[in-house]
Each structure stands twice: as structure tokens, then as C-alpha cells.
Design a protein around this ligand. Structure first.
Ligand SMILES: *Cc1c(COP(=O)(O)O)cnc(C)c1O
Length: 427
């Protein structure tokens, strides 16, 4: 179905060219896997932890052990890992509302945050529930000319009411580079050098296990992410996690449930084993997705498209942006990915309004877990410059098949032709 010889040989040539990058990715996965295995053993995870819990679920030992595993992986004082956290946005929202009070100021160091967070903060939409409507002020430091955190400008952005700074590690739906842990470490130093009591928060979505250290290992106080992205390893059917200083995690937990109750309630239903196993798989799954992203970057760059990041550039997240330049090409790309999916492969993705997003969004993802983007997915807000964001893939073979399918779709649409392609790798 997929194997057209011209496209298959193009992909084979791309694979050969990225081999050294794939080896580096394997080396990172090995280190992360060792860290995760150690965390399981230190927490003495046992079969008795796989039992489910219901109702209030006071004293769920499995939940405690799972949170101990996350605490250990992220090297923090505390962790909250819950299926009740409905998404990454929800986890981040609990961190913000739990730790900010009216009169406080939140400062973003990475320019405008991810689309859904703008309604949480109140810079978009008109929700009565936003931070802004509640009296929390917000300030944004644009990235510098190199599209990095503008460290030199941090001092003038911090005032007496600055309570929290936030950094988004991943690019989101933008073309800026993702923030490496080293870059985050420098920002932490810059902020803490001014006032050490400012809470440094990181949106870690798509960042887990991409590098050998996590931001909480370089001084970040509070960090959150989604379990249907990297940290759930493709198995988690729902959930999010929050790790960091005990007081800050407790404050987030009290927002999530209720003051005084916090993390002490929260049934795991029958999900403990799945969440343990997903986090155990996560470093490998992330490495497979990264290999797919590197391959896609190489392939589409050879086809003449602008890609971010370049295939041989360092990575701090899973996302591969490919500038396609037109809504039709975005549509064709997404149709190609959807057509190569194990679930709903006959669906034809179209751009539609999505809760939390200002622009229409097109999403391809024939995934086992709805909206899971650690499974192979491609999506794009329908706005110029019409870039598609490709991420995930539980194993690289699926990404390879999907890329072939995208190329066939592009050929059908007259966007690329196979013969011009074959000569690309010959010089
Ligand atoms: C995915 C993502 C989020 C949260 O999105 P959800 O769809 O709510 O899980 C937040 N920030 C970034 C950078 C993301 O990629």
C-alpha cells in the first residue's frame, strides 16, 4: 500500500544520513532509562501497587509509589500524578491558580505561552475564570533576536509583585526553538539572583526524556506536563503530573481538589499498572518519536521545505515544525498522517474550532487515546505561515510508513514529484 520504490529509496537515503543522530538519541534514551529503572527500584514498586482504588482512595499505596517514582525521576521534593488531571493545560492551570494570588504578577520569559494558556491567563478570550479576571497581573518578556530567553532584560521585568516566572520548554505552535535545560538553568540563575523567593515554573509538555536532565534538576521550583504526551509512554489513557517543591505542589493539589484535602484524595480506578508501565516505557518511546522527527526534518529539508529544528540541530522537545506555506499543503500532510493511522484511517482531517484555541486547528491523529500526541500526530493552527507540527510515534517504523504516505499524498496533490527527488541524495 505504501511502498512506492522512488519514495522508499528516498526515505532509505534519509535514514542513512541521520544514522549518527539516531545513535545519539539512543545514548540519551539509555541514560534516561537507567534513571527511570532506578526510580522504580528505589520506590520498591511491587505487584501490590497495581491494585485499583475507588472513592476517596485515602492511602492508595500504588498512587503513593507512582508519585514517588515521578518525584525521584524529576529529583524534586514532591510529585502529583493523577488521572483526574484532564490535560496538560489542566495541570499547568492548577500550578498557576494554586500558587498565584490577586495582586501577584506572573512573568513569562518565553514570549506568549501556548494557545490554550492564553485563555487561562486572560490574554485571549473573556473567561470570568481567568487569572486576569481574578486580579493576577501578567507580563511577557519577548525572546531576543536569536529567539532565546532574553536574560539581559530579565532584571527590568521583575518587580516587587513578581511572584512567578514561567518558561515554556517546547515551541508550541510557534517556530521558535525549544528551550534546552541548559538555557533554562541560565534563566533560573538570572531570576534567583534578583529574588530567590520567586517561584520558577516550567511547562514541560513534550520535553520529558528528550535530554538527560529535566529542568527541575537545574533549580526549577515547579513543573507540569501531560501523561498523554511523553511521560505516559503512550499507555496512559489520561492524566497529568506536577512535580516540584512540596509547598508549591501542595498548593497546586489544593486547587485541583480542595484546600485541606489536596493530594490525599484521588482514586486511581484501575490505572496504576498502566501508569507505571507507561512511565517505564517513556524514555524509549520518546527516543522513537525523536528518531521519526529527525528523519522527517531531513526528508522535508531535502524536498525544499523550511524545517524547525534542522535534522542535525540539538533538540529539547519532540515537535518537528515543517513550513508548508499553504492551507492545502497542511491539509494534504495531515491527510497523509491520518491515512497511515491504525485507528480511523479513513477520516479526512479538516480544520475546526477547538476548545481553548483562537484559530481553527487541524489535527491528524488516528490514536488509541483521543488527542494523544505521543502517538503519531500532526496538527496545525490554520494561520500563516501554514506550518504543520509533527510529533510522536510510538515506534519509528510507524513514522516511516506515515512519511511515505504523506509523500504519496503530496505527489497526488502535485506538491512534489518523485524523480526530482532521487537526485537529491546523489551528490
Ligand atoms: C500540549 C501542550 C500544552 C497542554 O496542552 P493539552 O492539550 O491541554 O494537554 C501546554 N503547553 C505546551 C507547550 C504543549 O505542547
Amino acid at each position: 500500500m505504501y511502498l512506492n520504490s522512488a519514495w522508499a529509496s528516498l526515505i532509505a537515503a534519509a535514514r542513512a544520513e541521520v544514522r549518527a543522530r539516531w545513535d545519539e538519541i539512543d545514548a540519551i534514551a539509555l541514560q534516561n532509562h537507567e534513571k527511570v529503572l532506578q526510580a522504580f527500584q528505589d520506590a520498591a514498586v511491587g505487584e501490590h501497587h497495581f491494585a485499583g482504588s475507588t472513592g476517596y482512595a485515602y492511602g492508595d499505596a500504588g498512587r503513593d509509589a507512582l508519585e514517588e517514582v515521578f518525584r525521584s525521576i524529576f529529583c524534586t521534593e514532591a510529585a502529583l500524578v493523577r488521572p483526574q488531571i484532564a490535560s496538560g493545560t489542566h495541570a499547568i492551570t492548577a500550578c498557576l491558580f494554586g500558587n498565584l494570588r490577586p495582586g501577584d504578577e506572573l512573568l513569562s520569559l518565553t514570549g506568549p505561552p501556548y494557545d490554550t494558556l492564553q485563555q487561562v491567563i486572560g490574554t485571549a478570550g473573556s473567561s470570568r475564570g481567568s487569572l486576569k479576571a481574578w486580579g493576577v497581573r501578567y507580563r511577557e518578556l519577548p525572546l531576543n533576536a536569536e529567539r532565546r530567553i532574553d536574560r539581559a532584560a530579565i532584571p527590568e521585568c521583575i518587580g516587587p509583585n513578581t511572584r512567578m516566572v514561567m518558561v515554556q520548554r517546547s515551541r508550541g505552535y510557534s517556530l521558535r526553538p525549544s528551550c534546552s535545560v541548559a538555557e533554562i538553568a541560565q534563566a533560573v540563575q538570572a531570576v534567583k539572583g534578583i529574588r530567590s523567593d520567586i517561584l520558577f515554573f516550567v511547562d514541560n509538555c513534550y520535553g520529558e526524556f528528550v535530554e538527560t536532565a529535566e529542568p527541575t534538576q537545574v533549580g526549577v521550583d515547579l513543573l507540569a506536563g501531560s501523561l498523554i504526551k511523553n511521560a505516559g509512554g503512550g499507555l496512559a489513557p489520561s492524566g497529568g503530573y506536577i512535580v516540584g517543591r512540596k509547598s508549591a505542589v501542595t498548593a497546586a493539589a489544593e486547587h485541583l481538589t480542595a484546600p485541606g484535602v489536596g493530594a490525599k484524595v484521588g482514586p486511581m480506578f484501575h490505572l496504576n499498572r498502566t501508569l507505571f508501565q507507561g512511565s517505564f516505557l517513556a524514555p524509549h518511546v520518546v527516543s522513537e518519536a525523536l528518531k521519526g522527527a529527525v528523519l522527517a526534518a531531513n526528508l522535508f529539508a531535502h524536498l525544499g521545505f523550511e524545517v524547525h529544528p534542522a535534522w542535525d540541530a540539538p533538540r529539547a522537545d519532540l515537535v518537528q515544525a515543517i513550513l508548508l506555506g499553504s492551507p492545502e499543503a497542511v491539509q494534504a500532510f495531515c491527510a497523509g498522517v491520518q491515512g497511515a493511522s491504525p485507528v480511523d484511517h479513513r477520516a479526512r482531517p479538516t480544520a475546526a474550532p477547538m476548545p481553548g484555541y483562537e484559530d481553527k486547528v487541524i489535527m491528524a491523529g488516528g490514536t488509541f487515546v483521543q488527542g494523544s500526541s505521543i502517538e503519531l500526530s500532526a496538527d496545525a493552527p490554520m494561520r500563516p505561515p501554514y506550518a504543520v507540527f509533527l510529533q510522536g510515534g510510538l515506534f519509528k517504523e510507524h513514522v516511516i510508513l506515515a512519511l511515505q504516505h504523506v509523500l504519496l499524498e503530496f505527489e497526488r496533490m502535485g506538491i512534489v514529484q518523485p524523480p526530482e527527488v532521487l537526485s537529491m541524495y546523489s551528490d
